[in-house]
Design a protein around this ligand. Sequence first.
Ligand SMILES: [Zn+2]
Length: 407
Amino acid sequence: MMIAKKEKDRIRVPGFATAHSHAFQRGLRGRTQRKEAVPGSFWSWREGMYRMAERLDPDSIYAISRFAFAELALAGVTAVGEFHYVHHQANGTPYAERTLLADAVIRAARDVGLRITLLRVLYHRNGFHQVAQGAQRRFCDADVDRALDDVSDLMKKYALDHGVKVGVAPHSVRAVSRDWIVAAHRLAAAKQLPFHMHVAEQPREVEECKTEYGKTPVAMLAEAGVVNSSFVAVHATHLDDADIRLLGGARAFVCVCRTTERDLGDGLCRSGELLRAGARFCNGIDSHAITDPFEEVRAVELDDRLRTVSRHAVCDATELLRVGTRNGYEAIGMAGTEEDAVWLAAGDPALAGADERALDDAVVFGAGPRAVREVKVGNRVIVKDGVLADYEEIRAAYERALARVFS
Ligand SMILES: [Zn+2]
């Protein structure tokens, strides 16, 4: 059975979910690609990202996030998991209203019409035996209980909005210690909240974890009791065979963010092996290096073809479409709201003449954001005839915010 359905001159697909986003990083697009004195790396890119993060204020984070979400909506995305880590003022002092910046990001998504799961990030150090510095102070909390109180406060604040969910996200094994991860997981398990972490994105993170704990990040997390079927491992790039068995055996989610991972030179996830071991995939736009949920979906398969020098390396188009839609909704705790839908122009050059018996294949391997005509979230049509209401106003506010941040 195909998921994509032909309806007159349209093709209907479920709304896409991006389960891992840092919306403010949309402002970095095209600003980090030039080679400087020494060739760049993930870590030098991160310095540029920190310079931007240092300069954000509640107005600019709202304007930049709203634009990022507007572009996602126009591309067919209906739900986003926002891995939100810029919490405090530039010197690290909390705002009087502690969740001011999280509130701004949530409002940005809701004003565009997207569903959002605010994954409240926990962060307290630069690394093993290294205190937080510079921009990282904005991300940090003095103690884990205070950070988790913010999670509870956000849940109360948005309890009546069905378009908003809250999750818990220890940043990574680098940025939080094992005690924090265990405490965060206790709350997530008790309240049945999504639980996300960056896992093994860079070889250095794996090496540092081995130094601190004598184990890989996945092995350490499994031993800490947090790897289960609601665990979302973002990236999961540098895994050994035992890590793959642990994630697969637990039926954990792996959230691959292929366009960002390509941009940052992270490396290739062992997708086919993970899937066959039992892991479930979802997609993330992560740094908003490019906004194309169709590309994120097909990259799960196509990048593994490159890695394994074979075809049909991971799964077929119908399963890939599930990765980009239903699986993403499940990973951010939004299961049950799959009435959200996207209509593509069947006559778009990317789709014209598609074989109706293989419509999922045509959509997954051929379509792009240009084909998106209508986007519906719940009862609300947020994109009509390819147009998002208020787009020009949203864009102008975004450009003004960027001018301030990069002045
Ligand atoms: Zn990320």
